[in-house]
Ligand binder design. Structure first.
Ligand SMILES: Cc1cc2nc3c(=O)[nH]c(=O)nc-3n(C[C@H](O)[C@H](O)[C@H](O)COP(=O)(O)OP(=O)(O)OC[C@H]3O[C@@H](n4cnc5c(N)ncnc54)[C@H](O)[C@@H]3O)c2cc1C
Length: 406
């Protein structure tokens, strides 16, 4: 029996493996695909990180390159993850799918695609962005393609013609930007979103968010933790020219804005009015944050961003049958599936129930999920501190179970 098994070899699983290795705790990292699989096979080709290089450090591996303010390609990030695993001799077993993980008398039994395994402690590091969510089914009609953002690869791999992108968080705006630049007619369905400038007062926006302690905020520090947990990802892109990508830049590229998708019938897709309410809310929220930064920076010079222009006319419905759109890309986020996991660890909503990554099942832990311990828990640069804390918890658990005596 292993002392610990980590499920998932993304940044979270590898960061914890490093910490367990440093603590001399015998463990294995089981990964159903390859290291960094989600970056490799569930994102578009041109994707770059939206966090600057200086922010993407993992435990024992600060950024040492010559471009701290740059944005890595996803390929470079995956290579970095592989190097990280290799450098610390991480015991990663790739191609091993964990099909079920259940409690036993002295630990956990794991049924995997590579046979039965057991461990005294198990860490679920299977990713916050686990299961793509498409809120409305669109049957295949007349060559219309309907895919999730995780299945989108590049403009040239879509059918010719106009594209509806649903969702204006980071994936939606980046994909809409790429398609519009490739000459496609793009309609963007806009719901709740968070607009932020890439740089503010000469620094990357993450500089301010980190300096002001916002990235390290814990749920209990927030006035409305539930709404913070459900906040869509930031409208940011890591372009080499550090340019903004938001509704204003997209409108300048000719992208048409529409409201939230309210429903889909056999013949059409229906939008909920216009996106003005969401645009106004995002502008107000951005203004509050930029004011907060300015007060923090002690800057008196007024400096405002151009507001997003309210679209004059928005489509209320689009035909699915007359060829006016040929592809729909749902940039509508992710859920998680834990049907394979010890049921006692799950809440009524099917999510892992935990406090700071510690579940109610002794020896079962979670890592890498949104707001696990703080706002940046699912960010590359945020998972390290959580991994150290969970490694300490595992060490205590194993000591209680008599690891040292064993
Ligand atoms: C498009 C996109 C861009 C992002 N850009 C950034 C960014 O720029 N900066 C940033 O900080 N964050 C970014 N994030 C957020 C976050 O960093 C990523 O989602 C990251 O992949 C999370 O790492 P992770 O290790 O927690 O999970 P994942 O990378 O999802 O790794 C989980 C691993 O577990 C494996 N797995 C799952 N279930 C099983 C099982 N049953 N058995 C075995 N293996 C299993 C999967 O194959 C996967 O490799 C982005 C997210 C997305 C979706």
């Amino acid at each position: 029996m292993r002392h610990a098994v980590i499920i998932g070899a993304g940044q979270a699983g590898l960061a914890l493996s490093h910490c367990l290795g440093q603590a001399g705790i015998d463990h294995a990292v089981l990964e159903r695909g390859r290291i960094g699989e989600r970056w490799r096979s569930q994102s578009w080709r041109s994707l770059r990180l939206l966090t600057p290089n200086w922010l993407n450090a993992l435990p024992g591996s600060p950024y040492k390159g010559g471009d701290p303010d740059g944005f890595m390609t996803k390929g470079a990030f995956v290579e970095g993850l592989e190097r990280y695993a290799w450098q610390w001799d991480a015991p990663v077993e790739t191609g091993v799918d964990v099909i079920s993980c259940k409690r036993t008398g002295d630990g956990f039994a794991l049924h995997t695609s590579a046979g039965e395994k057991s461990a005294r402690a198990v860490v679920v590091a299977t990713g916050h962005c686990d299961r793509p969510v498409i809120p409305f089914a669109v049957g295949a009609r007349g060559g219309l393609l309907s895919i999730h953002a995780s299945q989108y690869r590049s403009p040239g791999e879509l059918p010719g013609g106009a594209v509806l992108v649903v969702g204006a968080a980071s994936s939606g705006v980046q994909i809409a930007d790429e398609l519009a630049r490739a000459g496609r007619r793009v309609v963007l369905s806009v719901g709740k979103h968070t607009r932020l400038p890439r740089t503010w007062r000469g620094k990357d926006i993450f500089f301010w968010l980190c300096e002001m302690g916002l990235m390290a905020q814990r749920q209990e520090d927030l006035a409305d933790p539930e709404s913070a947990r459900r906040q869509p990802s930031l409208q940011l892109a890591g372009r080499p020219d550090k340019a903004d990508v938001d509704l204003a830049t997209l409108q300048a590229l000719g992208v048409q804005l529409a409201g939230r998708v309210r429903g889909v019938t056999d013949r059409e897709i229906i939008f909920a009015g216009d996106p003005g309410e969401h645009i106004a809310a995002a502008e107000a929220k951005q203004a509050r944050l930029l004011d907060q930064i300015d007060r923090f920076a002690g800057t008196a010079t007024p400096y405002r961003r151009e507001p997003v222009a309210m679209p004059s006319a928005c489509a209320e419905r689009l035909s699915l049958t007359d060829g006016s759109i040929r592809s729909i890309i749902w940039a509508t986020g992710y859920a998680r599936s834990f049907g394979w996991l010890e049921p006692l660890a799950l809440g009524a909503d099917g999510e892992l129930a935990h406090r700071g990554g510690i579940t109610g099942v002794p020896g079962l832990y979670a890592l890498g999920f949104r707001f696990l311990r703080k706002r940046d828990s699912n960010f590359i640069g945020g998972v390290g501190a959580d991994a150290k804390a969970i490694a300490t918890e595992i060490s205590c658990h194993l000591d209680c179970k008599g690891r040292k005596a064993a």
